[in-house]
Design a binder for this molecule. Sequence first.
Ligand code: SI3
Length: 289
Amino acid sequence: MKKLYSALMTAFNEDGSVNLDGVREMVRYNIDVNHIDGLYVGGSTGESFMLSTEEKKNIFKVAYEETAGKAHLIAQVGSLNLNEAKELAKYVTDLGYPMISAVTPFYYNFSFEQIKNYYNSILEGVDNKLIIYSIPALTGVALSLDQFAELFENPKIVGIKYTNADFYLLERVRNRFPDKLILSGFDEMLLPALALDVDGAIGSTFNLNAPRVKEEIAAFEAGDIKKARELQTLSNDYITDLLNNDLYPTIKLVFEKLGVHAGYCKEPMSKPTPEMEAGAQKIYEKYFK
Ligand code: SI3
């Protein structure tokens, strides 16, 4: 059975401080309402690259406590500050996270050797498994098939969070590494990724839409491709509406309408405008009422 993970959001107060109670509420919603298989904590959706080490640790801790073993957890610890990434990898491993992930280091146009050293160094002395977080559109780092193979020489590197629209590469990766864990990262491209035999998916939009996506996965697994496609179309209508209304703040606005205190995004992400509010109300009424 393919696994569905929500990329956990971070609730912020209006002043940009973290609201840990809001984080707990989103974890609870994912477990109690979405019946989610897992949570990806500390990723892009968590606005994590804008947080201090202390804030990241607090979020990892409350997410772990609130989950209480009811869902699988993956902690994204990657950072441009390698010392921070190493510290977080140890921290979450000691907390009990069964898997970590790290984004490819970005901005400085690192060589592959440097990227490889980054991963091996995060894992040094850490008794845990890691999936590479590959998201070339945001990092500018597009790893090749052979480069994935070289990273997999480290036995602790067990898979990829594949947020990439390159389906040729995805097929090549799946074919060459049948035993690696591949989790798809573009929610709007889930169905073609399922056809290439990914093991599941991680995404921001599943925070609200997981029940429909689970139905799509079940239809796909039962061989009912027509139904799976109809459900993907419905999800893509919803995702398009979210993207057109500013993704993360809108998911949070809809969460609020569902009684979950998701709060604000952290600047420079947008604060809700009246237009955004109106858009979120429409999305709520169209897909969740
Ligand atoms: O939080 C994470 O790191 C993610 O899971 C990222 C995930 O791949 C999302 N990507 C980003 C950049 O937000 C997708 O779920 C994405 O929001 C969705 O497919 C809409 O484009």
